[in-house]
Design a protein around this ligand. Structure first.
Ligand SMILES: Nc1ncnc2c1ncn2[C@@H]1O[C@H](COP(=O)(O)OP(=O)(O)OP(=O)(O)O)[C@@H](O)[C@H]1O
Length: 563
């Protein structure tokens, strides 16, 4: 059994390390020495996660609960905790400093002194799981009690990482890339194979355990499983239709439908739907479930498509309307009548027990067409095969006339590459690209807007280190009503508050339009946005979808080519 103390010590060393190779080696060493039972937990913990991203379990601890638990454990007031947060600027340091005062002043924390009383990694995990399962009336105080137990059982050094984990922000700079490489190093499996298994299972904990127990062969044999979502294949922007044709030659052209992505798993009559964030959204979309049950002739299948909210004339409605359907928990049937959907299927990854990922697109397409009967709410649209830019332009204009976004230009020979954004799928839209960025901070307004959070600090993602890198702020594009809604949404996500500035747990994604991406020394990402404005709050996307620093670079280069 490994103590949480050992985990905390490794975190401390990693925090003081900057090179990603050194970090990878430290994580590999940690993964190599914990017990098989602890391995999945540690794999997630080290990335600041408690449960795998696809899991429906959530810890649900915000600043309010955490401050309360710390105050109670340290025997000081919540405002003292807030004061410490202002001083230290970090919840981990706050926790350590609040509890250090207690441990040096009183003898109540005798557990620190005696290593045999060390709390284990699994005990910490089990408490977190209990917290996630506290629900309904009294759940707040039950969560506080569990946290108090953890704080009171740990040393100030450990407390720092328990507090950070409780809000799922470990801040040691370890992201998916480093954990992937660490699994590869620790258990001697090539990194690309670890990556592929991850894209198929969405769970690095599972991949780590498999690699340790069965080595390379076992990792290679990890495959698709019905009812476990796989990462979606993504598209790259192409600056022009001509450029796309010169990249791909003869290409498969489809409309780029204006809706939201859905991955469908069919196992007999049992249908499960996953959103772009890989959340299970089956309950919210009974009409799609029914359409798949009636119109997909397959014993088992995994399908990919875009659900579009349509008006009385069959034209796509505003994006916000589709979000009203996704993840809806009440009034599901009446909302389904108000906002009908049509599911446009465009890919198939699995059919009747056979994995299709490595089949060329055109062969997958034939299988898709073979098993779907088009109907009012399900459709496999026309796919054109051409290398003529004029013809593609015509299809593109038709898509826009019908109210859709543009076209997808796909390599007819390409496999389905889960989680990849590459040249095999290109997209062309008329408007300037928007960016999906995560909100990491905000500022309390002034004058009429003092009670609203505004001027949101935005960041992109560095997959190598797992860190979010600031790219600037967005302060325009908000109505008063929206600011009120956002203030409420963010109130549970505030991690640190200092004067009018607040730091926010990275969870909410803003889709932002802008005039231009500029190089900038003012922000850690090295880029800044000219005239950013909010287009949509993308509650269908998660932090995994945030633009990477590499993509910003790529968009910067495309923009330079265009101008
Ligand atoms: N025919 C189609 N084939 C593939 N994807 C399609 C198609 N029609 C619509 N889409 C949507 O386009 C998206 C592909 O573009 P991209 O990979 O850039 O995702 P995105 O970041 O959601 O982009 P956007 O914000 O432009 O929709 C898919 O996620 C899917 O939701």
């Amino acid at each position: 059994m490994t103590s949480f103390r050992e985990f905390a010590q490794t975190c401390e060393v990693i925090e003081g390390t900057s090179g990603s190779l050194d970090m990878t080696a430290l994580v590999a060493e940690l993964l190599g020495k914990v017990t098989p039972e602890e391995l999945p937990v540690v794999t997630h913990f080290v990335m600041g996660e408690i449960f795998p991203a696809w899991s429906s379990e959530e810890i649900g601890v915000g600043a309010g609960i955490l401050y309360n638990a710390l105050a109670k454990s340290a025997g000081i007031s919540v405002s003292d905790i807030k004061e410490l947060v202002r001083e230290t600027g970090d919840i981990g340091k706050t926790a350590a400093s609040a509890l250090k005062k207690v441990s040096s002043g009183q003898a109540t924390f005798s557990a620190f002194m005696d290593e045999s009383n060390d709390i284990s990694i699994l005990e910490v995990f089990e408490r977190f799981r209990d917290i996630s399962r506290s629900s309904g009336k009294g759940s707040q105080s039950s969560k506080i009690k569990h946290l108090q137990y953890l704080f009171n059982s740990a040393s100030p050094e450990e407390v720092s990482y328990i507090a950070r984990l409780a809000v799922e922000e470990l801040r040691i700079g370890v992201g998916e890339g480093i954990v992937r490489d660490a699994i590869s190093l620790a258990f001697d499996v090539p990194s690309e194979e670890v990556e592929r298994a991850f894209m198929l299972t969405n769970d690095l904990g599972l991949v780590a355990v498999t690699a340790r127990e069965g080595g390379r062969d076992a990792v290679l044999s990890l495959g698709l499983e019905l009812n476990r979502p796989i990462r979606m294949m993504l598209a790259q922007i192409t600056p022009s239709l001509d450029a796309a044709v010169s990249d791909l030659g003869t290409a498969a052209i489809e409309w780029k439908f204006d809706g939201a992505r859905v991955q469908i798993h069919k196992e007999g009559d049992n249908i499960t739907l996953f959103s772009r964030r890989l959340e299970n959204i089956t309950e919210s979309l009974p009409d799609i479930v029914e359409a798949v049950r009636e119109n997909v002739d397959a014993e088992s299948a995994i399908l990919d498509g875009e659900a579009v909210a349509i008006d009385a004339n069959g034209r796509p409605r505003a994006f916000q309307d589709i979000l009203k359907r996704f993840r809806r928990k009440y009034d599901v049937q009446s909302t389904a009548r108000e906002i009908p959907l049509i599911l446009n299927l465009f890919d198939i990854m699995y059919l009747n027990g056979e994995e299709l990922l490595d089949l060329p697109l055109l062969q997958r397409r034939a299988k898709l067409e073979g098993c779907v009967k088009n109907g009012d709410s399900i459709n496999v649209d026309t796919q054109y095969l051409t290398d003529d830019p004029e013809k593609i332009l015509e299809i593109y204009n038709d898509a826009l006339k019908a109210g859709h976004e543009g076209v997808m230009i796909k390599n007819p020979e390409s496999p389905y590459s889960p989680g990849k954004r590459g040249k095999n799928w290109l997209k062309k839209k008329p408007v300037m690209e928007t960016l999906d960025l995560v909100v990491i901070g905000a500022e309390w307004g002034y004058g009429r807007r003092t009670s609203f959070l505004g001027s949101y600090a935005l960041a992109c993602h560095d997959p190598d280190t797992g860190r979010f890198l600031p790219v600037g702020r967005v302060a325009t594009g908000f109505s008063d009503e929206q600011l009120a809604e956002l203030t409420e949404l963010f109130s549970d996500l505030i991690v640190v508050e200092s004067g009018t500035e607040v730091e926010i747990k990275p969870e909410v994604i803003f889709e932002v339009a802008f005039e231009e991406i500029q190089k900038s020394v003012n922000y850690e990402s090295g880029y800044a946005l000219r005239f950013p404005r909010l287009v949509n709050v993308r509650s269908d996307k998660s932090v995994e979808d945030v633009e990477t620093i590499g993509r910003l670079e790529e968009m910067y280069l495309v923009q330079r080519e265009r101008n």
